[in-house]
Every structure is written in structure tokens, then in C-alpha cells.
Design a protein around this ligand. Structure first.
Ligand SMILES: [Zn+2]
Ligand SMILES: [Zn+2]
Length: 298
């Protein structure tokens, strides 16, 4: 296959709630054919799109995995800045949001919160109201949630903890190839089922040193996520062409440092010996008959 790759995933933010300049909030861009989908919009998602020279208003749909604020705090920026007339904005059609139940309430309340800005810009800058309108599709079970121009997105439920509901992952299919994104979850067989034979499996991960695991609050956090050994079990059974970590929950305390990326990999190697990469912000994964990793300088 030659020419421009038409199925590409870029990790916009590989971080967690920590306001780190190195790892922005969770957000993943999927470009398939003429479609551009954003999976979650954590802190800084609009900045990362700008770095890629992609007009923020060019996003066809925002798909949400769950409602923890680290995955949603970038929404107003993507929505509002994407409406501006400048080259970095340019949206003229409604902002399309797809998510489990809760998306409508979230977007209605954002419309209320920013009502004055919207009114001012319509009057002052003569911006088209159609570009700031919001169109929300909610779902409450596994199934196809988006289908356009050969791109199909299937949502599947995951388990992010007993009270952190709803929580979903996504499988994106295009041209006979597929990308699976776990969302935030504990070890969950759905990720294996939907991830079977995927070209690319992007999984969250959480780790802490054994000394730190004695703390109850650390155990609670780890209990909401997937450990490297558990993620390795998912990868071993799903057998993707490439497994990539994102959403790195690497816990630390004053006296106990976080595990290193090398240790993260060696822990995973106890249960998985296939292709594995630790994601970083602005890492692109080009999917053809193989998955090529490209890094963009920040
Ligand atoms: Zn998260
Ligand atoms: Zn979460």
C-alpha cells in the first residue's frame, strides 16, 4: 500500500488528572477516511489539535467514555474555540457529541454556562448560531454508535469501579481494519472480546510500587484501573498487531517514586510478549498492513 495513510490514531493526551505539561488530559484523535473523531476531550485537547494543524472545528464527532472530569474538562475549549472564525476554528455545523447516558446533561449545562459568550459572539462577531449548536446522541448498551463514510464505531461496556458508571470503551472499524480503545477500566473481558485481532489496542494502565500498595487510598485507585500484568493478559488474549498504553496512572508519594516506564514494560512482559509501546502525547499510529509509530516534536 502506497500513498497517504487514511487510518491514523494520534494520542493527544496520555495523562491523568495531574496537570502535567508533558502528558495532557485523556484525548485520542482517530482519522479514518474523511472522518475525524475525538475520543474524550481532556485538558489541552484543543492545544494538541492546533499543534497538528487540524482546525478544532474539523472534528466530526466527540465520543465520551465516561464522566470523570479529566476526560471532559477540555470539552468547552474544543466546542467554543472550534466555533471561532479564525483558521483554527471554522465549525459551521452543530458540535456532535456521542456518549453514554449523561452526555445530554453535561452539554446542556455547558450551553447554560457559556450562554453569555455565545450571545455576545453571535451579535458582535456575527458567528453562525449553527456552529455552536450541540447535537447529542446518548446510548445505554453495547452496539454501533456511529457510522459514516465507511467508519463504524462500536461502544462496549467496561468496569471502572462499582460507582463509576456508566463507563465504555470503543472499537473503531474502517477499511477492514480496527482500533480498540479501552477507556478507563479494571481488567475486563469485553476489552478482549472487542479487541480480538484488532490492528491497534490502546489500553489504560495503573501501577504503584509494592511499598505504596499498603495504603488504602492507593489500593482504591488501582482498583479502578488495570495493572500492567492484567493489561498483558488482555493483550495476550486479544493479540492485537500493536498494544499501546495511554492514561498512565503511575502513583507516587513523597518518599516513594512512581514506577518507571521500563518497569511498566517489564511488569507487562510477565504476561505478554507481543508488540507493545508506551504512548506519549502526539504519538501517531498509522494503520496499514502494519502499524507504524511516528512521534511529533512538541
Ligand atoms: Zn481517567
Ligand atoms: Zn476515569
Amino acid at each position: 500500500m502506497t500513498g497517504e495513510c487514511d487510518f491514523k490514531v494520534t494520542l493527544l493526551g496520555t495523562g491523568v488528572p495531574i496537570p502535567s505539561p508533558d502528558r495532557f488530559g485523556p484525548a485520542t484523535l482517530v482519522e479514518a477516511g474523511d472522518q475525524k473523531l475525538l475520543i474524550d476531550a481532556g485538558r489541552g485537547a484543543a492545544i494538541r489539535l492546533y499543534q497538528l494543524d487540524i482546525p478544532i472545528g474539523r472534528i466530526d464527532a466527540l465520543l465520551l467514555t465516561h464522566y470523570h472530569s479529566d476526560h471532559t474538562s477540555g470539552i468547552p475549549d474544543v466546542w467554543l474555540t472550534g466555533w471561532l472564525q479564525s483558521h483554527f476554528g471554522t465549525r459551521r455545523t452543530p458540535f456532535h457529541v456521542i456518549g453514554p447516558v449523561g452526555a445530554k446533561t453535561l452539554m446542556e449545562n455547558l450551553e447554560r454556562a457559556y450562554a453569555l459568550d455565545i450571545k455576545i459572539r453571535i451579535e458582535d462577531e456575527k458567528l453562525e448560531p449553527s456552529g455552536i449548536a450541540v447535537s447529542v446522541d446518548e446510548f445505554e448498551r453495547d452496539g454501533v454508535v456511529y457510522e459514516k463514510n465507511g467508519v463504524k464505531v462500536i461502544a462496549f461496556e467496561v468496569n471502572h469501579g462499582d460507582v463509576i458508571k456508566p463507563a465504555y470503551g470503543y472499537r473503531i472499524e474502517y477499511g477492514g481494519r480496527s482500533v480498540v480503545i479501552s477507556g478507563d477500566t479494571r481488567f475486563h473481558p469485553n476489552v478482549i472480546e472487542y479487541g480480538k485481532g484488532a490492528d491497534l489496542l490502546i489500553h489504560e494502565v495503573a501501577a504503584a510500587r509494592p511499598e505504596l500498595m499498603k495504603e488504602a487510598f492507593i489500593q482504591r485507585i488501582i482498583g479502578h484501573h488495570t495493572t500492567p500484568q492484567e493489561a498483558g493478559r488482555v493483550f495476550s488474549q486479544a493479540k492485537p498487531k500493536l498494544a499501546v498504553y495511554t492514561h498512565l496512572v503511575l502513583l507516587a508519594s513523597e518518599g516513594i517514586p512512581p514506577v518507571t516506564l521500563g518497569e511498566l514494560i517489564s511488569e507487562t512482559r510477565r504476561t505478554y510478549d507481543g508488540p507493545l509501546e508506551v504512548g506519549e502525547d502526539l504519538m501517531s499510529l498509522e494503520i496499514t498492513d502494519k502499524v507504524a509509530i511516528k512521534r511529533l516534536a512538541r
